[in-house]
Structures are given as C-alpha cells and as structure tokens.
Design a protein around this ligand. Structure first.
Ligand code: BG6
Length: 517
C-alpha cells in the first residue's frame, strides 16, 4: 500500500496555516516525517493564512503544537531548527486572484532553483465554506494543469448529504482530475486499520471462514469519551451519523467485508471497497426505526468528572436535536455476506475511547461438552482492536484443568506494542507521505463518498422528518440509549462491551516491558 521510497522534491501549500488542523495534525505529522528522514531534501511548506503574524511568532506557535501533540517531542536539539528552515508563511486572502498568480510564480522559481519539476500539493486545511473559491481560483490560474505532479488534499466533511457531495465532486473535477484529488478519512491512515487487509489477505487461516457460513454477525464500535469540545458550531450541524458513521465506520465495514484484491494498486483496492458499498441493502425510510437508533447525551460522570449535557455545550443550541450517538444495522447483499448483520455504533461521551471490529462466529453445530452452571458458552470471537490498544485477539474455548470437565473462554492475542516494540506512526504521517508519493489507496474516491452517502441517506431523511421526542436519552458515561440496546436485542444479540480492564492490563504490560529494555 505504501511505497518505501522518499518523495520527489515537493512544495506543500497549506491553505489555512493558522487553523487548528495545521497546528494539531499537519505540522506534527510533517515534523515526524522529517525526523524519520522521509521528507526530500528539497522540500518546502508554504503556509497561507489570514493571520498576520511574523515568522518568528508563527514558528513558535507551531512549535508549541509539536510540543503538545506530536508523538515525538524532540524539539530542543538541532532538529526543529532544521525542520523550521523548510517552513515559510504568507498572509493571504483566499478570494484574491493575485494570491494564485503569485503562487504560479513561486512554483516556477522553485522548479528552476531545484532543477526539476517539483510535486505540488494544495492542502485545504481551511473552513469548508472557502473550498469552492480556492478550487475555482486555482483553476483560473492554471495551477491544476500539471496533472501528474499536482495534487489537492481535502478534509471531510465531503458534503452533508448525497446531493451536496455530488455537487462538491462535480466542482472539484471541473478543475482537477479524480487522480489528483486526495479526500482524507484519517481512519484509513491508522496502522491497525491498514492491518485489516494484511490480516485478511496475507494469511490463509481466516479467509476460508470469513463468510456467512461461519460468521454470525459483525459489530463495529467507535466510542469516544470526549464531548464536542470546542467544535459545537460544526458538530451541531453535523451529528454522529455525518461526522463518524458515513466515513470512518463505513470504511471499517468496507475493509472487513471486501473481496480479496488482486493487487495493491490503488484503484483495485478502492474498487473492491466500492463494491461493498454498492452491495449494502438499501434501507427504506419507513424501515429506519427498526434499523437505526439515535441518542444525545445528558449530563453525567466520566471517570469521576461531572460533564455537561450536550445542549449546554458551547455553540450548541439549547433545543438541539442533533444526535451524538448513532447505531445502525446493515446487510451486505452478496454471496459472502447474505443475511449477516453488520451492527455499527458510534457516540460521544461514552465510557471510553475505543474503536474495534468484532467478528462473532457461529456457535458449534453440535455441543457435546457440558454447560458449566451460570456460564454461557460464548462462540468464538475475533476482536480487531484499533485503539487504544492496537492488536488482534481471538477468543476460543479451552478445557479448564482438572475435574469436573468444564470449558472456559481464553484469549490468544497479538499486540503491536508487544510484537514490534516501535511506536506506530500517526495516521496523518502515513497519509501525508502517501500524498507526496502519489499513492491514493488510503484516500476516498469520489464515487465512494457518494456511495457512502447513499447508504445513510434514508436514515438522515427519516431523522430529519421526525424530531426525537426523548433527547437527551443517554447519560454521559454510559454505553448509549436504550433504543440502541433494543435494536440489537430484537435479533437476540447484544452489544459487546469493550473489555477495558483487559486493555488496561495489556497496556500496562507493554509499558512495563518497554521500561525494562
Ligand atoms: C473526526 C471527527 O473525524 O474523528 C471527530 O470529526 C472525532 O468528531 C474524531 O472526535 C475521532 O478520531 P480518532 O482518531 O480520535 O478516533
């Protein structure tokens, strides 16, 4: 998926250098790539933004971001200074055509100075409202024309429904070709998410049983402890379905359900994922109450801290009906998955930050072992843990030593921290490097984003039509609303509660092992 060569000389233009994304993610990721010697010698970041700050004050601001948020904080030695020499800033009004004419001149100068046609990346880290202006003016200044070496990176939201996603894609493809457009879903950059493909297709063991004959159902959980923090303004317009489910969770579903690819070529993998989306059984609007559940958090207590209810968060309407929790049941109509439910859920202010995919296998066809009193006979389960613990855990039955004869579920686990003893790169490091290398595998293609909107459109429509009467309907610090329990209970199943204690134990073990080395 990722090539292992260094990128060609690159000019990395960030629209929105003063924004939160640049501060929290882009600069720390670029800095780590620099520390790992992934950046080419001829590399320049040109940061464009409204804030007029002198270079020194600005550099200090970015440096603080690295100190607070980078996975490595080696900032005092010569490294930061060397990295900073690649950063330049300009104050710019994104609606001024002259900004773009100036850019064209700067590109040319750098190509001459570096003696090569450098890769040009436009990273839109600016508010979604100005995207259209930027794209249009880039086009007018002919800055999209060197197709092979010019790329544009855009962040979600890719629209707020199918119609707006289509018009966004149309607008983008009027100026850039699809192969130049890199739509970020940062979940795809996470090591554990990429490992789903390695696990499935680099091993013979699981693929033969990865189907409706052996798998009872799949659960995908992306739970967060945080509330909306300082993003109330955006989130209150979006909600859990648009913010998380349409992108991150659906992508996890695609990787779990897709057919084997025949190569690592980016369009091959993206085609296979798109096929999954196309096979998802459409939900009729009147079926939505049976197939989906929504919730909004009330005040509560998380790890001993009292937290506010959603409606009292900053920049959130006191009468808000925006969902902070969403659960949905989907079916993938194809030979492999017919009638196997995929249960997806995500929410804010849940008891823990946990992302995981659980594959629940069918029970054995004939049970010869005696049941132990008070104990269920849990079927085999494969847990793909994305965070906080990065690893894979297989649960199976084992004979308990001695008499009387009884069985106990045990776990066999692989944990990145233990197995590799090196920290995983942050998702943005992987994604930014891939953009520089021109590898689009881990990015969303236009048709994928539209297909994902198609999947959730009926739910959005049903929820828009009837406002919830019971919000807020789950207490902060709990696993979500009763309606979500009922959604899965109607099928005789229940949500798998992430084993936080087990996570804690493994993390402690890994930290202790690191300490000994
Ligand atoms: C973002 C959402 O895409 O993902 C946020 O907009 C959410 O609301 C975040 O908090 C979660 O990402 P991660 O990597 O922390 O699980």
């Amino acid at each position: 998926m990722t090539a292992d060569s260094r990128p060609r000389p690159t000019l990395f233009v960030i629209f929105g250098i003063g924004g939160d994304l640049t501060w929290r993610k882009l600069i720390p990721a670029l800095y780590n790539l620099f520390l790992d010697h992934w950046l080419p010698d001829n590399f320049q970041v040109l940061g464009l933004g409204h804030k007029s700050m002198n270079d020194e004050a600005f550099l200090d601001h970015l440096r603080q971001g690295v100190i607070q948020l980078s996975r490595r904080k080696e900032i005092d030695g010569p490294h930061w200074k060397a990295f900073a020499s690649h950063l330049t800033f300009q104050s710019a009004d994104f609606s001024d055509p002259q900004v773009y004419t100036r850019l064209a001149g700067q590109f040319q100068d750098l190509d001459e100075k570096w003696g090569t046609g450098a890769v040009r990346i436009f990273y839109l880290a600016s508010p979604p409202g100005v995207m259209e202006t930027i794209v249009e003016l880039l086009g007018q200044a002919h800055l999209s024309l060197e197709r092979e070496r010019t790329r544009i990176v855009i962040e979600k939201p890719f629209g707020r429904d199918l119609a707006s996603a289509k018009s966004l894609n149309r607008m983008l493809t009027e100026v850039f070709s699809e192969s130049q457009i890199y739509r970020i879903d940062h979940y795809l950059g996470k090591e554990t998410v990429q490992n789903i493909l390695a696990f499935r297709f680099a091993n013979t063991l699981f693929e033969p049983i990865w189907n409706r004959q052996y798998i009872d159902h799949v659960q995908i959980t992306v739970a967060e402890k945080i509330g909306v923090a300082h993003r109330g303004h955006y989130y209150d317009q979006a909600g859990a379905l648009r913010d998380m489910l349409q992108n991150h969770l659906i992508q996890l579903l695609c990787l779990t359900a897709m057919e084997p690819m025949i190569s690592l070529e980016d369009n091959e993998i993206r085609n296979k994922k798109t096929e999954v989306l196309q096979a998802i059984r459409p939900i009729a609007v009147d079926e939505v109450p049976a197939m989906a559940a929504r919730g909004q958090y009330d005040a509560g207590c998380i790890e001993g801290d009292q937290v506010l209810d959603y409606r009292r968060e900053k920049n959130v309407s006191p009468e808000s009906v925006t969902e902070t929790y969403g659960a949905v049941k989907l079916f993938v109509d194809n030979w492999r998955w017919q009638d196997v439910p995929f249960y997806l859920r995500t929410g804010k202010r849940l008891p823990a930050k946990v992302s995981e995919v659980n594959i629940q296998f069918r029970p054995v066809p004939h049970q010869v072992f005696p049941f132990s009193p008070g104990l269920d006979r849990p079927p085999n389960r494969l847990l793909i843990s994305i965070q906080p613990l990065e690893g894979i855990l297989l649960r199976f039955e084992a004979k308990h030593p001695g008499r009387p004869l009884r069985l106990t579920p045990v776990n066999m686990g692989f944990y990145y921290q233990e197995a590799f003893k090196i920290p995983s790169p942050d998702a943005y490091e992987t994604l930014l490097l891939d953009v520089m290398l021109g590898n689009a595998t881990l990015f969303m293609r236009g048709d994928q984003t539209e297909a994902a909107w198609t999947v959730i459109s009926p739910i959005l429509e049903a929820w828009d039509r009837s406002a919830p009467s019971d919000f807020p309907n789950y207490q902060a610090g709990t696993w979500g609303p009763k309606s979500a329990e009922e959604l899965i209970a109607r099928d005789g199943r229940q949500w798998i509660i992430p084993s936080l204690q087990q996570y804690e134990e493994v993390l402690q073990r890994c930290t202790a092992a690191e300490g000994k080395e």
